[in-house]
Design a protein around this ligand. Sequence first.
Ligand SMILES: Cc1cc2nc3c(=O)[nH]c(=O)nc-3n(C[C@H](O)[C@H](O)[C@H](O)COP(=O)(O)OP(=O)(O)OC[C@H]3O[C@@H](n4cnc5c(N)ncnc54)[C@H](O)[C@@H]3O)c2cc1C
Length: 512
Amino acid sequence: MRGTPRVVVIGAGVGGLVAALDLAVRGADVTVLERAATPGGKLREVSAGGAAIDAGPTVFTMRWVFDEIFAAAGTRLADHLSLVPAEILARHAWSAGERLDLFADARRSEEAIGAFAGAAEARGFREFCARAKGIWKTLEGPFIRARRPTPVSLVRGAGLRGLPDMWRISPFATLWSALGDHFSDIRLRQLFGRYATYAGSSPFLAPATLMLIAHVEQDGVWLVEGGMHRIARALSDLLAAKGGRVRYGAHVAAIETANGRASGVTLADGERISADAVVFNGDPAALATGLLGGAVRAGTPPVPPAARSLSALTWAMQARVSGFPLLRHSVFFSSDYPAEFEQLFRGGRLPGAPTVYVCAQDRGAADAAAPDGAERLLCLVNAPANGDAHTFTDAEIAGCETATFSLLTACGLALDRVATVLTTPARFNALFPATGGALYGQAVHGAMASFRRPGARSRIPGLYLAGGGTHPGAGVPMAALSGRLAASSVLEDLASTGMSRRAAMRGGTSTR
Ligand SMILES: Cc1cc2nc3c(=O)[nH]c(=O)nc-3n(C[C@H](O)[C@H](O)[C@H](O)COP(=O)(O)OP(=O)(O)OC[C@H]3O[C@@H](n4cnc5c(N)ncnc54)[C@H](O)[C@@H]3O)c2cc1C
């Protein structure tokens, strides 16, 4: 029986870093191979006019996931990252005269909704919150933390007494139609329907179950001092402190197998690294398309382009801002939501009149004076994930850009741009191979979509998956959870095959 198991993790995205950290903490010899020059993957920063700007995720939720990860590593999240709870979750605008803030305190949101749209809508909000919380409670254990849930395991886990709860998660209604049970004001349906896009999906196709995302946000949004990218830095620093290695500029060209089992990797420069287990943190679709070599092509089922989640057009910029009191998170809604998603998912086009999200990174989440001079902004609109098949022309991008900034102007926001870096679906596809630019794995469209994501164990023994394209899904905390599931699967399997008594003896990550 060997002592220390050697594990190679391909990719230093959140899922890869968390898998590597859990493995290192439990005694494995871990090497992370990352093709980029920095950790984080989608949790990226770009430089615009000399300023580092968060150009990936901006909304940090489910803090408890990271509290648990850092605690398992024998330390405290608060010793590595400075997090401030957001008092106002986001500011929403439809025109210069229509604005609504949602607050961390649900009672304040209810009052604001009452003032914005009337008492019936405020009541609807209260009922909606209770329903979203109920869905979260029903799914947290048997789905989100579970290793490989199926509809059968969910129902079996719920038992007879839990069956009504299972029915209440509303998998067969669309989010959009379910929101009609609570809100007759179309603007509120838009606002709460937008949570489907956190999973890269359309509110008109996603199951009502996704209203749990509203609950997650209600449960706490945190502002990360210094920017979201700090999360990746904190994880990679802690990994190094626990003896793990991260090699940057290391593109893995192939995953090798021996006797049908993953046995190591070959880098683009020909270097070979052997391993007892390999964790792949890239998009699972890359395996089936052959990007990691023929030996692991059968590792996951192919993902048809039509099943992909949304991509985005993002403008990371420095700009002088006037007119509109931006908060850290502000959303500007298009006037025709159905048309927007029709163009994105059926038309494969950039939306003619997009909904626009703006992150003002230098601001807090309460009203305060705008910073002096130019500030850092990330402006995002949803885009189709066809970056491997189509490169949007300058005219197509210019059309979308004009529509985007016209909406901001119409809502009263004047921007004087000093420097801008644009990222397109084609660029996202180049950064995250085999995705077409999809940022959240497969779209969650239909009742069965969440069960189609692969779990931590691929179809090849010794090859594991971690990341937003893997169960339990996309988003920084969910990708982190998938990393934990991958690490515990690796250790469990190595222990059961007798390859690592030491790692198995160090005790387990709590996953069910
Ligand atoms: C613009 C944008 C906004 C978002 N907004 C939010 C938000 O507000 N809140 C939220 O929670 N989530 C958000 N997300 C989603 C979130 O960022 C992702 O779900 C999460 O970061 C994905 O992590 P991951 O573990 O899948 O790894 P990824 O970030 O996908 O990283 C995978 C890594 O693997 C590397 N890699 C791939 N193939 C190879 C190879 N062959 N060799 C070596 N390395 C390889 C890549 O270079 C990359 O670094 C957003 C994403 C984007 C892009």
